[in-house]
Every structure is written in C-alpha cells, then in structure tokens.
Design a protein around this ligand. Structure first.
Ligand code: DGY
Length: 421
C-alpha cells in the first residue's frame, strides 16, 4: 500500500459521520446521493461491510414514490445553504426534493463482485429499493424519452453550460435575500455565479410551492431539460441492475424494457449540427448546442460512435489533463469554474469504465495516468484546472479519494516502475 492509498483511506474515514459519508468537511456537510455511492465503492477496497452500509443509509432515505433524494440532512449544519428549512420537504430525515445521477446500482454491482457470497444478503435487501428508484426515473423523468432533470443540481453537473438555455427562462426576481455559504468555504471564482444561484433557489421555491409534487414540477416547473449525462448513467445502471436481479433469481424483464425504451430515445438527444449528444430544453425543443462531459458518458452506455470519438479526441487534446467538463474551444470555457471546464476525476472514472468496455485500453491508460498525476501532485481535490492542474473546489474530497483507491491509484506503483524500466 502506498502513502497516497493510506491518505485516501484516511479521507474516507475522516468524512465518515457514522454510517454515511460527507463529500467534504465544511462545503458539503450532509450525505449527497452520488457522492455517497462513490464513497461506498471506495470503502469496498478495504471495508466491505462499511461499503454496504453506505448504500443502505442512502437508500433508507427513499421517498414513498421511489425517488432517492440528492441530499439527506441527517443533522442540521448552519455551514450549508440551502438547508432543510429551505427545501421544506417534510421528510424524516429531512431531505432535498430532487434526485441525482443514479450510479448506485452500477457501483453496487462492482461492490458485490468483490465478494458475492458475503454481499448476497445485503444486495438482496437493497435490490427492491434500487428497482423502485429506477422505476421512478422511468415513470417520472423519462416521460419525454431521454432522462429529464427539473433542476441543474439533479444532473450532478450543476452549472455546466448544458443548462444555460433552460436557466435563461427561470425567473428569479422573487427569490428575496439569502446568504450563500459555499463561497465562504472555497474561492468564489471556482463556484457558480450569483445569477445562477438566484435561479437555483427560485427552482427550489417552486418545488416547495407545489408541495414537491413531481408531476406538477415536470409539467409546470420553471426548468425541464433532457440530460445526456443522466440518460447514459441510467441506461448503464439499468443494465447493471438487471445483472444483479438475475443473480438474485428475480424476473428482470421490466428493467430490460426500461433500458430498451431509453436506448431507443437516444436519437432525440443527438444534435446533428453539434455532431454529438446534447442537452435539450424540453419546454422548447431547443438543443443546448454545447459539448460537455455528459455527452461523453455515452461510452458508459455503449452508445458512442465515430463522430463522438472525434469530438472526444478534439476536446481532450486541447488540454493537458482530461477530460474537460466543457469544450475548451468554446467561448463559455472557464477552466476553474466548477462544471464549466475543469477536469473531474470522478467523471473520468465513469468514462474509463465505458472506454474499457469499448476496448479502448490506450485511452483508459491515458486517462488513468492524467487523473493519477493530478492527485499525486495536489491531493484529493474536488476537481482540477485541465490546463495547468491547479487544484480547485473542496480539499480532502471523498469521491476523489474513492476513485484513487478503486481506479486511478490502483497498481500505480507497478505501472510507474514499468514505465521507468
Ligand atoms: C451545492 O450546494 O452546490 C450542491 O452541488 C447542490 O447539490
């Protein structure tokens, strides 16, 4: 075990709040949905029971309709805004009112594969909840075909340029006064702008005004966009969930039909002008017209094609450290501002799974090397400037530590020795 391996474990242990893990101390003091699933994957490299427990605390917060919320406010923390009082979902424990990328089934599969016998009972208990969550995505969010989001935070890629056209239509004039907390924890130039935050809060206020009625939010809410990122993550997760179901002796035909429907909807998010998958405003039918990392998650769902391959190489070759979250050759590119340009190790780890399945071992090796170098030079930061490697956002970040243990740092010593020989 290397010193970085030990430090990565330490990050997970320190961010463990007893059964659930916070993304990072200060900036994100609660349990976040997809962060938590990555934390579980990281724990699986040295503490399998703790890995299962992470998924269990996450899925325990599931709503009656199947939704698994994006934040679970286990205990109040004044260092975060918007907190449980703003979301006002009337749940115990308190939660937000939107979801987040459904990576849990795919990561549960990887965790289960570590020790199938030991994981069987834990998996069997989780399985119905995972199915109910996937059904929620299918029924409530795939009504237009591809997976739709009702708030940019639901995508997990909060302020990526994909959402600009949808955000432009959100009226934030009635939001009122509030105090952001995120900019007290990290450099404001690395975070979303005030204009974006006003709109984020306006969307939360709309959810509260309709009692978090998902049907009304989809039908009448201020924001509804098709998200290529979630579409591909969900498609992959449906497939992984079906594998798990079969291993448990379950009938998985319903899950397979969701996957087939979702795959059939992919042409709806292919933008021929952009020559790539693209986000779409479902209120107007307009494409976002920007290339982002959500499109490249197509590899994860086995949905890439030669045009997308060419786009991937273009944006990747334009930076030193891949894969940028927005197109470096586009005007909106901002290399340190959250999802408007930086490279995110956690997204790279998902891409690597897809590239590996596509037989692109050369690209996997390159991506792993660049990701590992970022972490070796600067530690477990949330994200990095893809041009000069400047570490950005929160430090001692759970999911960056997790993907070091599961992927980027795996066999790193041996690989480097081989390279030097
Ligand atoms: C935040 O508060 O910035 C989060 O990303 C919302 O999920």
């Amino acid at each position: 075990m290397t010193m970085l391996d030990e430090q990565a474990r330490e990050v997970l242990r320190r961010n463990d709040r007893g059964g659930y893990t916070v993304p990072t101390d200060g900036l994100y003091p609660y349990q976040w949905n997809w962060d938590s699933a990555f934390a579980a994957w990281g724990f699986a490299t040295f503490d399998l029971p703790r890995a299962w427990q992470e998924l269990e605390t996450l899925m325990a917060a599931q709503w009656d309709d199947g939704m698994v919320p994006h934040i679970i406010f286990h205990r109040s923390d004044p260092g975060y805004f918007p907190g449980p009082d703003v979301w006002a979902t009337n749940r115990t424990p308190a939660t937000s009112g939107i979801s987040q990328p459904p990576v849990a089934a795919s990561l549960a599969r990887l965790i289960w594969q570590e020790d199938e016998e030991m994981g069987q009972a834990r998996l069997a208990a989780l399985y119905p909840r995972l199915v109910a969550w996937h059904r929620w995505w299918h029924d409530k969010r795939c009504t237009h075909g591809p997976a739709a989001i009702t708030h940019p935070w639901e995508s997990g890629r909060d302020n990526c340029p994909d959402w600009d056209i949808g955000m432009a239509g959100v009226d934030s004039s009635g939001v009122g006064e509030y105090t952001r907390r995120d900019t007290g924890h990290v450099d404001p130039s690395m975070r979303p702008s005030k204009a974006e935050y006003d709109r984020y809060i306006a969307m939360v206020q709309f959810g509260v005004s309709v009692g978090w009625d998902q049907q009304r939010i989809v039908a009448e809410g201020p924001f509804l966009m098709a998200d290529p990122g979630i579409t591909f993550i969900l498609l992959r997760a449906h497939q992984d969930l079906a594998v798990l179901g079969r291993a448990l002796g379950q009938d998985v035909s319903e899950i397979e039909s969701w996957a087939m429907e979702l795959r059939n909807a992919l042409p709806l998010i292919w933008n021929p002008v952009l020559q790539a998958y693209d986000a779409k405003n479902l209120r107007t039918g307009e494409f976002a017209g920007v290339l982002g990392s959500g499109a490249f998650l197509a590899y994860l769902a086995g949905a890439a094609n030669p045009e997308l391959d060419a786009q991937l190489m273009r944006v990747w070759d334009a930076v030193q450290y891949g894969i940028p979250s927005a197109d470096p050759e586009a005007e909106i590119f901002d290399p340190r501002r959250y999802w408007r340009g930086p490279a995110w190790p956690v997204v790279n780890s998902l891409m690597a799974i897809g590239l590996r399945d596509a037989g692109r071992d050369d690209l996997v090796a390159r991506l792993k090397n660049e990701t590992a170098e970022l972490i070796e030079r600067h530690g477990f930061f949330e994200y990095f400037d893809p041009i000069d490697a400047t570490p950005c956002g929160g430090d001692n970040f759970t999911w960056t530590a997790a993907i070091w243990l599961t992927w980027a740092g795996k066999d790193r010593g041996e690989e480097r020795a081989k390279g030097a020989a």
